[in-house]
Design a protein around this ligand. Structure first.
Ligand SMILES: Nc1ncnc2c1ncn2[C@@H]1O[C@H](COP(=O)(O)OP(=O)(O)OP(=O)(O)O)[C@@H](O)[C@H]1O
Ligand SMILES: [Mg+2]
Length: 285
């Protein structure tokens, strides 16, 4: 009984990771967060990348912040500085969507984290007390294999790996896999739920179609499908550039664009499979 109650109260934690840069982690994170919020779920986006792209992507200027997720880390690492995460979280212009923003100082966090006990569970501990207030917590991780990323991987229920259609991308998946294996050995954390999103997917040109040859995007898709059960594609889209210029997630800027519809399909799958998060009622803050 206790277990069921606990499960109903906990937000599902979804982290977006890839050791390679520019693979669509931030775009996927804020687009899916936006669609979940539009469905009436209470969503928290945690920007765990010093680049603060999820922060600006949700229309918030990192230069104007009073506090950021860096302060919540300082607070958890027994520093005399910092504030609890509850004081870091901001409302956004988008209904049902909150943000724990980031700023460039976050790049200094790994040094502090290294010297803290249970250094791989700091993010999980930061989020523990606020999980009852949300249905979903989405974490945008940086392009690195450092402690920020490891903390995200140790906290998650569901790993989303955005991939760009390049050969180097396939190589980067080997590095991610090694990190996952190391974490499993070190902490016992098992990665049951992995979703891969292939971005900038291009359909084959007419000539390739006629000759029956696969486009590079299709070739990468086929290779990914050999390795992962769930592979989605997002078409190349100018709307993504435009939405990021405006600081509005694609879910709210161009939900009916091809890329918007593709992200909506992924969101529907997340909702359908969403363990304890099916109920929209959450605790009030
Ligand atoms: N489907 C798409 N079509 C066209 N451009 C896209 C698509 N998805 C993402 N992009 C663009 O690709 C770039 C990288 O995307 P994004 O910033 O989301 O990747 P990232 O993995 O978070 O990068 P970083 O490693 O810097 O954190 C951005 O300029 C974004 O606008
Ligand atoms: Mg990013």
């Amino acid at each position: 009984m206790g277990e069921i109650k606990d499960a109903l109260k906990k937000a599902e934690l979804i982290a977006f990771a890839n050791h390679k840069g520019g693979t669509g982690k931030t775009t996927s994170c804020i687009s899916i967060a936006g669609f979940l919020a539009k469905e009436g779920y209470k969503v928290l986006v945690v920007d765990f990348d010093p680049q603060a792209n999820a922060t600006s992507g949700l229309g918030i200027d990192a230069m104007t912040l009073k506090h950021s997720i860096y302060d919540a880390i300082l607070n958890k690492c027994n520093s005399s500085r910092g504030v609890p995460v509850i004081d870091v979280i901001l409302e956004t212009d988008f209904e049902n969507m909150h943000l724990a923003p980031s700023e460039s100082d976050l790049s200094a966090a790994e040094v502090i984290m290294q010297n803290t006990k249970n250094s791989t569970d700091i993010l999980a501990n930061i989020l523990r007390n606020i999980r009852p207030f949300y249905n979903y917590i989405l974490i945008d991780l940086p392009t690195s294999s450092g402690l920020l990323t490891i903390n995200g991987l140790c906290a998650l229920d569901h790993l989303v790996v955005p991939v760009d259609p390049s050969i180097y991308s396939l190589e980067s998946l080997d590095n991610l896999k090694m990190t996952l294996t190391d974490i499993r050995k070190m902490t016992g954390h098992v990665f049951n739920k992995i979703t891969v999103i292939l971005i900038r997917f291009n359909k084959p040109k007419m000539f390739s179609k006629l000759s029956g040859r696969l486009s590079p995007s299709q070739e990468i898709e086929a290779r990914l499908k050999e390795r992962f059960q769930t592979v989605f594609t997002i078409p190349e889209s100018i709307e993504i550039y435009k939405s990021q210029k405006e600081g509005i997630p694609l879910s709210h800027y161009a939900p009916d664009s091809d890329a918007g519809k593709a992200y909506k399909r992924i969101t529907n799958k997340i909702i359908k499979e969403g363990g304890g998060s099916k109920r929209k009622e959450v605790e009030r803050m």
